[in-house]
Each structure stands twice: as C-alpha cells, then as structure tokens.
Design a protein around this ligand. Sequence first.
Ligand code: SF4
Length: 361
Amino acid sequence: MPRRDPAIPDDAASRIAAWQRRAGRHGLPWQHTRDPYRVWLSEIMLQQTQATTVVPYYERFLTLFPTVVDLADAPQDAVLRAWAGLGYYARARNLHRCAQALRDEHGGRFPATAADLAQLPGIGPSTAAAVAAFAYGERAPILDGNVRRVLARYFAIEGDPATARTARRLWSHARALVDAAPADLDMAAYTQGQMDLGATVCTRTRPDCARCPLSPDCRARIEGRQGELPTPRARRAQPLRHCWMLIAECEGRVLLERRPDTGIWGGLWALPQFEDEAALEAVCAGLAAAGPPLSLASIEHVFTHFRLRIQPLWLRIPDDAPTPAEANQAWVGIGNLADHGMPAPVARLLDGLYDGTPLPR
Ligand code: SF4
C-alpha cells in the first residue's frame, strides 16, 4: 500500500474522473475500447498531434491494419504511406517495429502492465501508463504534454518541464495523485479526464478556470500565476540550413528517392537532395535535359531544432527517361505520387507544381 502524501488532496483524481464523465470528450473513436491495440495506436498518433487531425488517420489505419499482426506483416512503405501527413515519422517507424516485436516476441499480444509495455520500442512511460490504464484499469499515472501543464499549474511546480529535475517532480506528483485516490477510482475516466482538461480547459494560453474541477485548490489560480506556469522553455535561436532539391520530370514521371531508414524523413520518398547548387547542376548535366533547370520559389520547413530552406529546381527531360543512377531512386508517374509516403514539404512542392494532383501533406 503506497504511503499517502498529506499535501496531496485525496479527492483531486476523483474530481477529474467525475468531471470527465460529465463534461469531457466522449465522441472520439478510440474511446470506450479496452483493446490495447486500438488504445496504443491512438496514443502514438496523439503524440504532438491534435485529436481532430488524428481521427481520419486512426480510422484508415484500422481499415488497413485491423490487428497488430496485420500491422507487423505490412511492408514499411505501406505503413509510412498511411502515416504520411501526420509528421514526426519516427513514430510510424517505431509503431511498425513495435508491432513486429509484439508479433515475434509476445505472440501478437500486448503485455498486461505499464512496466512491461514500456520495454517495447517507441513506448515511453506515459504511453505505457495510458495503455495500461485504458485497457487494463491499472493505477498507472500518465504525464504527457497536456498533463504536465495541468500539474505544473495545480501544484505550482516551477522549472522547465522538459528538464529532468522538473520532470521528476511532475512524475512524483502524478503518482501521488493516484496513490491518494480511493481504491475505486475509475482509471479510464481519470486518465481521459487529465487529457481532456489539458486539451480543452487548462489550455496553454487561456485556461478556463471557472470550468475546471481543480479550481478550488489550484495554486496557480489562487496565486494568479496561470500565465507563468509551466515555466516556458528558454528559447534558442533555430539555425537556418539550406538544401537544393531536384524535380526531374520525364514523360509524365518524376524522379523520387527513398530516404535511408534512419535520420530525417527516414523511409519516406523524397526528391533527390543536395547540399549545394553545384552538386545538383553536376547531376543535371548528366540527364540529357533540353535546357538548364528552372529555379522555383524556395520554401521553408521548420524542424524541432532547425529550419530548412529548400530551393527546388525543375528539370524537364524531353524523352527516354534515363535509368536512375541510384538503387533507391525510381521514376514515379505524376498520377501515382499520392501513393508514396512523402515528407510534408516535398508533397507541398509537388502539389504546387502539379496542381490538381492531390498529395498527402
Ligand atoms: S484551475 Fe485553471 S490553471 Fe488550475 S488546473 Fe484548472 S484550468 Fe488550469
């Protein structure tokens, strides 16, 4: 039996669960299931992505891959294609790896505890806890981005939540809330309630404290510090990098290149990319084009740690598409581009160029 911290209200978790049943979100397609596959799939998709964006992807995934073994058996390309547009593609690659580990090492079944779930590829402690709470009712605390914000305010915990020290304090309070709660705490409603509070009430810029079940004893509200907490991350200037991309077109086809599995955009189909213009022009010279490549408007893409300015050059080859120089390259019909999982900026470039050919973003 865990020891109770007297500073932690023993009814806070129950208030959140009751609020969720009364006023939380109820129509999301992954709610009211105890199937760990569905819970896990939704949790991975919801990382860094809003629920409304996730819904169609979630439904398409379940149609394409109804079970975790179907997902494990699918080629990686098919998984990345279904994921294209959700961003953060490492999640899709880890999802696939995790499904394969479940098939190969667990007989296609999910482990039954948060601790065991957290041993799988791509499943962090908060995702493991959410799956265990929703699927098995385990009293496992979660701490995703939204919950970090709610707890930092409720307990007035200072410090950047991304730092290890503050994260440790937040985890300890998340655990203490569950430990203090009565034995019959509805873990599914409590877990969903924390997510809903963070997404709809205790929002980043305008917390609506009048609607919040934690309002009576929330320290940030009492001290008027909602705007200060959680402590914002120290901003660092994002460096700007440059690259050149070649849009080589021949007989209604475009030359695409599959990226290596590791690194940025791993496993996705992109345009041949160059560090400098001279390298791109050297490749163009060997492609028997009618003229020099045409420079198109540059675009910028923002990654977590840097911005990338992409300068596209469009080269039209009149006939007889040359054999791709690299094994990972292929000529793809303009009408079939949408079948290839692509990074968002590449899809944007090609979409803009071949107007009317809808491409995933
Ligand atoms: S009372 Fe306000 S600041 Fe405190 S947890 Fe609720 S919404 Fe957030």
